[in-house]
Each structure stands twice: as C-alpha cells, then as structure tokens.
Design a binder for this molecule. Structure first.
Ligand SMILES: Cc1cc2nc3c(=O)[nH]c(=O)nc-3n(C[C@H](O)[C@H](O)[C@H](O)COP(=O)(O)O)c2cc1C
Length: 473
C-alpha cells in the first residue's frame, strides 16, 4: 500500500488541509483520513472502502438512485444565512433538481415559507404535527422521497440535535428518519463553531456518515467579527449536491494496479546541465487520470514535468532513466504497465562531478552510453511481468513499420504509436494522433484513431484496457 507524504502535497492543498484540520480540531493526518473516508462513502466497490466499525455510520445511507430525476429535501435552519438558502433553491433548480423545503420555527424568523414556496414551486413544510401532511407520516416521506437532504444553514442547535438524535420538530424528525445522504452547510459565529460542544457534535456527525461543506472563513453578516463560520455560497453547496447526486461511475479497473511512466528523463552532463527531450508528460498524466477514474490503483513514475499530481494517484518524481527504471521495478507487481515516458536512449558516460569549465583546450568530449531499456526490461521479466505491458513509440518516420518492429523487439503486448515530427505539434501539445498496435501471438492488429485530445486518447486507451481485462478474467 502506497504511503502519502503530506509535506509533498501542493501548497494550496496543504493550506486547505491546515485550515480544515484547525477548524475541525484534528491533526492534518486525521483530517486526510476523514476526507478519504468521506470520499469512499457509499462506494463499497473501491479497494479499501471499508470503514472501521468504530467509525462506520450506524446506518449507511441508501445509494443515490440512478434515475435522471433528482429531488432534494432542503431543511432551512434558524440562522442569519437562511437568506442564502433562498438562492440555493434557485441554484438547485437551475441544475434540474426539484426542491422541497422544510423551515424550522427559528428559520421562519429569517425567511418566510412563502418565499421558499414561490422559489421552489412546491408546498413548504414547517410543522411536525400538521394534520394535512402527517395523516400518512409526512415526515417519513420527506426523509425518504428524495435523493439527498441538505441542511442549510445548519445551525449549532440543529447539529446538536442531530448528534444527539432528537426528533422534537419536523426538521430533526426528518433527519432522524432519513436513509438518504445528508449534506450540512454549517453557518454560525466563529466562537460557536469553535466551541468544544460544537466540535464534539461535528465529529460525531462526521462519524455518523453525515457530509459537510464549509463553513468558510470570512466576515460574519450579523457582527463585525470575522473567522470560520460563514455558510458556503449557494453555488458551492449546489455543486457539492450535484457531486453527491451523480450516479456512481462504472469502475471497470477496480482492484487493478496500474503502473504508468510519463514525461522526459534528464540525463546529467554535470551538476547543472543535462540532456533532455521535449516530452511534456501530458499524455502519461492523462492516462493516469483516466485509469484512476476507472477505479484502478495507479502509480505514476514521472520524469521532470510541469504538471500537478493528479488526485488519487501515487506520483513518484524521478530525473534520469536509471532512476525511472529503479522506481518502476520497486512499484511492481502491477496488472497493467503503460510506458508513456520519453526515456532518453543515452546518457553521458563521463558525467562531470563539478560544473564543466570553458578551457583553451576547447569543448570537452561527451561520451554517451546506452541507458537501460525500461520497456524491454519489464516486458522480459519472468517473475513479475505485468500481464499487460503497453509501450509508446514516438516516431518521426515509418510510424507503423517501426512500431511493429518495436513490439517484437521489446516483447510488449501493445504499442501506442504516435508521429512526433515537429509539424504534428504532439510533443508538448494537447492533441495526439495515435495508432494502437495489439499483439495476439504472431498477429499484430493496427487500429488508427482520429486526431484527439490527449485526454480523449487516454479515455479510449483505458476503455480498451478495461475490455481486454474483462475478456481475460
Ligand atoms: C439574529 C440571529 C442570528 C442567528 N444566527 C445564527 C447562526 O448563524 N447560526 C446559529 O447556529 N445560530 C444562530 N442564531 C441562533 C439560532 O437562531 C437559535 O439557536 C435557534 O434555536 C436555532 O434554531 P434551529 O435549530 O431551528 O436552527 C441566531 C439568532 C439570532 C437572534
């Protein structure tokens, strides 16, 4: 299992984690654990999706339905941010989500049922003991006949009631009877948010499987104070709702380990100079993203590139071809290996220990030696050879013939051949024209794909891989 070094994360991710962990009174590591736990909630097909029984929600929410109609029960609590919930109704409806509103008694001090009803085009519910809706246990229907329950603003009081399992008004009764995902948008004064009682309740609710968005840092509407406690903006809450409501994506590579290389290698001449090539790493990174989205456990060994680590992918940064080979070998076993890196064929044999100086003797001779061939080395392994090994062939002439020869010479299973002559703009560009060569015994099939973005090439390639994995399983 790969380990995650928080120190190596992007600055903006670290800032977010620090803020969020401070807000929640947890260590950064604990926060990452909670975030990962939230992420895999309801995705039991993911490897490692099980949550320890001590932290598992007592009753897991029913998965979101796959039908296209989306319904949200929006509970509006008694906070000053309730006015933003009226905008939230509009934002949800813009996204074709039907909204039924429940207003607590306190919420009605801030917004009227009439406004919520006019915006949602639905009846608004306020009373647990309403004979008009409770003749058939209306609160249970409001809890169940929806795909998601949003509480915005989630006041300190409402969260305390939820954490304790109260059911003495319509909102708390719905929340206690719910078997649907619940999204809270907390909003309160920073002192209330940081109060030990609220901290306990937030922790309890997270452990119960309740999801949260915000609160954000900023100025408080009702006072001259600032801090963490502002309700997330309506668009942020609507986007989070859409994410939760999105039907689960097919994950055909779930449980598979995919190893990918990307980018160029830098072969040192001396401590400051190196030999490199124009590879941007975009194609390999795009494949890593597509494989991760398909459910694979992805390790990406990348040469020096100017690209962010894709979310959910274990990224190992290397410099030279030899580093890359070592890290690839260390990352085995894998079910699928995709070698998209443009590895330098040669390195400098007589690498200078100090910076080479201009001398009257003229240019120092550079002796080149061949680098290890990563694709061939891994393809020819007898013990840990991945069942599917895919190489890339970057050619400037006789593309298909050279790629066919490469597949035989290297011993890999597939080759993605691309023309990298300068006129194509492939090296460093965003588009690619590839031919997929697949070996079946002595036969080599060739499929020529139209010009596509590198992301589209990645998606297609991963779809082909998924098909092949399915066929061979
Ligand atoms: C002007 C005013 C603003 C308030 N704003 C908030 C708030 O933003 N967040 C909060 O948790 N409570 C706030 N309160 C306190 C709640 O209204 C109070 O705790 C209420 O019982 C919450 O009701 P609920 O459980 O129906 O949300 C505010 C009270 C007043 C008078």
């Amino acid at each position: 299992m790969a380990s995650l070094t928080i120190r190596k994360l992007d600055e903006h991710v670290k800032t977010y984690l620090r803020l969020r962990s401070a807000t929640n009174g947890r260590s950064v590591e604990e926060e990452v654990r909670v975030i990962l736990g939230e992420l895999i909630q309801g995705r039991p097909e993911l490897p490692g999706a099980s949550i320890s029984s001590a932290e598992a929600p007592a009753q897991a929410p029913r998965p979101v339905s796959t039908s296209s109609a989306r319904n949200v029960t929006l509970i509006i609590g008694g906070g000053i941010a309730a006015f933003k919930s009226l905008e939230l109704i509009r934002r949800l409806k813009e996204r074709h989500i039907d909204v039924r509103c429940v207003l607590t008694k306190a919420a009605q001090q801030f917004v009227t049922p009439l406004s919520a009803s006019a915006l949602s085009h639905e009846r608004v519910y306020t009373d647990l003991f309403d004979p008009g809706s409770e003749f058939d246990a209306g609160h249970i229907r409001l809890a169940r006949e929806c795909d998601l329950i949003i509480v915005a603003p989630a006041t300190a009081d409402l969260m305390a009631k939820m954490a304790q399992g109260h059911a003495d008004d319509l909102a708390s009764a719905i929340l206690l009877a719910a078997d649907r995902p619940i999204l809270l948008a907390p909003a309160m004064n920073p002192l209330m948010w940081n109060n030990a009682a609220t901290r306990r309740n937030v922790l309890q609710l997270r452990r119960d499987g309740v999801q949260m968005i915000g609160p954000n840092a900023g100025e408080m509407a009702e006072s001259n104070e600032a801090g963490v406690g502002r309700m997330s903006e309506a668009v942020e809450i609507a986007a989070a709702a859409v994410d939760i409501l999105r039907p689960p994506q097919p994950r055909p590579l779930a449980g598979k380990r995919v190893l990918i290389t990307a980018g160029p290698t830098h072969e040192p001449i001396d401590p400051v100079r190196y030999i490199a090539n124009r590879s941007s790493g975009k194609q390999g990174f795009a494949i890593a993203v597509a494989a991760q989205a398909a459910g694979a456990d992805v390790t990406l060994v990348s040469g020096p590139v100017d690209l962010h680590d894709p979310a959910g992918v274990t990224v190992i940064r290397v410099e030279s071809a030899r580093d890359m080979l070592h890290r690839v070998q260390a990352a085995l076993p894998a079910d699928i290996a995709i070698f998209a890196a443009a590895v330098a064929d040669w390195r400098v044999a007589n690498e200078g220990e100090q910076k080479l100086k201009k001398t009257s003797a003229g240019m120092p001779p550079l002796q080149l030696v061949e680098n290890p061939d990563i694709l061939a080395t891994i393809s020819k392994l007898t013990d840990k050879r991945p069942p599917l090994v895919i190489g890339f062939a970057a050619e400037t002439e006789h593309l298909i013939d050279n790629a066919k020869a490469k597949i035989a010479r290297k011993g890999c299973d597939w080759i993605v051949a691309n023309d990298v002559s300068p006129a194509t703009g492939v090296m460093g560009g965003d588009r690619n024209t590839v031919h997929l060569l697949t070996r079946d015994g002595d036969d080599i099939g060739v499929e020529s794909w139209p010009v596509m973005t590198k992301e589209q090439v990645a998606t297609e390639l991963v779809a082909k891989i998924a098909k092949s994995v399915e066929k061979n399983s």
